[in-house]
Design a protein around this ligand. Structure first.
Ligand code: HXC
Length: 526
């Protein structure tokens, strides 16, 4: 469209109708330019993304004309900010617009985002960030870096107050990565998003390493290796759908109750829940997919998994049980026998903390043989990093319901939401193996010297060792001790588990969330 005949936006003679017409023209021009830039590359424009994320027609843009150099040369800013609704709930959102100077963040963009964040915090609204940006606007120099600093400070202030959900739909490079990193959930679109602190060129110049953007900071890497991405999703629309889905399990702010939906019953689901015991093999070492168990226990089998491919020996995610939004934490016998390692401990700790922040009860399903042994784990700091899971459970004030479905050994038993750490209700399936360690290990420690001495005397000790193991297994590896000491509230038949959890959630629903002992702040092992 030629700009020669268009009305300026700020003329004193402009009527309301002319202003409305001119602003619509400007918006249409900007969107046309954005489409020309994004569509040939198979990407949505920022506005299309917002339209998809928000309930239809609900976007109310803020600072719409900020960044227009002159009315006749309207480029606008590289970010759209505003408020809208998701599932009828008011939210704040910003979407970086790659068609305007690569979505880079300059003075104006920083100011717009900071203003939006301030309002989101003050009005207690969930905040969504759709990221697609070349990073700090080079022309704005240090000012744009300072704007990032402001955004980081606001994200930190918002943390724990309102849910913050980032959807990375394109580049996110340099220190800009800390914007999403400070938020509660990071969703990365599989094909076109990447995040790195230093890009491939700088990496090569500094270290000689040649690496592609995808290998350095692509969605799959962050979803499975670094753990930066909580969800990796194929497709832009699907990524935005995932962001909507996550919000449906969270309140709008920390002072609001977690969502509760009407649940009218589901005959097929309930029949499935009655047979959940069939999904778990009897042999303690046989693998199975814990996700099948989770899906059998939750409403409509709907489980929104977080960190699906990262630290997969533990499974975490959102679900509803009898209409109540809950967080699920479970060991995954299908991956490394479900052992806890550094990454799994941190993954579960972060998720429990997220649930506690936003008032979601945590349902923990335990089937854990122990911590993963070995020097690699010790060197990686399993002591320091494993402690985070203890901190998360022990400091949580939301209802904690724990069910041991097959086995729970040693330290891993205690840290997986045990009664002594603070579980409100702890149950086990009959026949669950609960002990300080496996029978073989215990016998070798308790009888190792005498067995070795007998062997030196030429005695065949295999039968004796087997006897000790059997004896230990019969006397020690069961839920009995845990029941006798009150570590377990009772046993639950597998087929009754769903209803036992429903009952536990009902009786703990009014659990007060007391202010903890006065202190400036906890000092958790970071
Ligand atoms: C100003 C930028 C820009 C930037 C891109 N553009 N990044 N303008 N500042 N940071 C502009 C380009 O000049 C171009 O303008 C348009 O956006 C599209 O960019 P292209 O390069 O044509 O697109 P593409 O080939 O898809 O490459 C995208 C890109 C590349 C990979 C993001 O643009 C790039 O490498 N940009 C620089 C990334 C970077 O190093 N940023 C600084 C990171 S440090 P025209 O007019 O031609 O359309 C940082 C520090 C934050 O962000 C610190 C916080 C504490």
């Amino acid at each position: 469209m030629s700009t020669a005949h268009v009305l300026p936006l700020s003329s004193p003679t402009l009527t309301r109708a002319e202003f409305a017409r001119r602003s619509d023209e400007l918006a249409a021009e900007a969107e046309k330019r954005a489409r020309e830039r994004q569509h040939p590359r198979g990407r949505m424009t920022a506005r299309e993304r917002l339209d998809h994320l928000l309930d239809e027609g609900s976007l109310r843009e803020t600072d719409r004309f900020a960044g227009a150099a002159t009315p006749a040369d309207f480029l606008g800013s590289g970010v759209i900010t505003g408020f809208g609704r998701i599932g009828g709930r008011e939210v704040a959102v910003y979407a970086q617009d790659f068609s305007v100077r690569g979505g880079s963040l300059g003075d104006i963009e920083g100011e717009k985002i900071a203003r939006l964040m301030r309002q989101a915090i003050d009005r207690r609204l969930p905040l969504f960030a759709l990221l697609d940006s070349g990073g700090a606007r080079i022309q704005d120099g240090v000012t744009s870096l300072a704007r990032y600093g402001q955004i980081f400070a606001l994200a930190t202030e918002a943390s724990g107050v309102i849910p913050q959900i980032s959807v990375v739909l394109g580049p996110c490079a340099g220190g800009a990565v800390y914007g999403p990193a400070l938020t509660d959930i990071v969703i990365m679109e599989r094909e076109a998003s990447y995040m790195f602190v230093t890009g491939p060129k700088v990496v090569q110049a500094a270290t000689g390493e040649k690496i592609s953007s995808a290998d350095l900071g692509g969605a799959d890497m962050h979803g499975s290796v670094s753990g930066v991405a909580h969800m990796v999703i194929d497709g832009e629309r699907e990524s935005l759908d995932a962001a909507r889905a996550v919000l449906s399990y969270l309140p709008s702010h920390c002072g609001e109750a977690a969502p509760r939906y009407a649940f009218d019953g589901d005959d097929i689901g309930e029949a499935h829940a009655r047979r959940v015991g069939d999904l778990v093999p009897e042999g303690a070492k046989q693998a199975y997919d814990m996700r099948d168990v989770i899906e059998a226990l939750v409403d409509y089998g709907e489980f929104v998994e977080i960190h699906e491919h990262f630290a997969a020996s533990v499974v975490v995610g959102f679900a509803c049980i009898d209409g109540r939004a809950v967080g699920i934490v479970a060991n995954q016998p299908n991956v490394d026998a479900g052992t806890l390692d550094v990454a799994a401990s941190e993954k579960a700790a972060r998720f429990v903390t997220l649930c506690d922040t936003f008032g979601l009860p945590v349902v923990t399903l335990v089937d854990v043989p122990g911590y993963r042994p070995g020097s690699e784990q010790e060197r990686a700091g399993i002591i320091r990093r494993g402690a985070k899971l203890i901190t998360a459970y022990a400091s949580a004030s939301v209802p904690l319901v724990t069910v041991i479905v097959r086995k729970a050994y040693g330290g891993a038993y205690i840290v997986m939401g045990s009664k002594s750490l603070g579980a409100d209700v702890a149950l086990a399936w009959p026949g669950a193996e609960i002990a300080v360690m496996g029978a073989e290990g215990a016998v070798d420690i308790l009888h190792g010297k005498s067995l070795a001495a007998a062997e030196r005397r030429g005695v065949d000790v295999a039968a004796q060792r087997a006897h000790y193991i059997e004896q230990w297994r019969a006397s020690e590896i069961s839920p009995d001790r845990a029941l006798q000491t009150g570590e377990l509230d009772g046993l639950v038949d597998p087929g009754e588990t769903r209803w036992a959890i429903i009952d536990a959630l009902r009786v703990t629903a009014a659990k007060p969330r007391p202010a903890r002992s006065p202190r400036v702040r906890p000092n958790p092992p970071l």
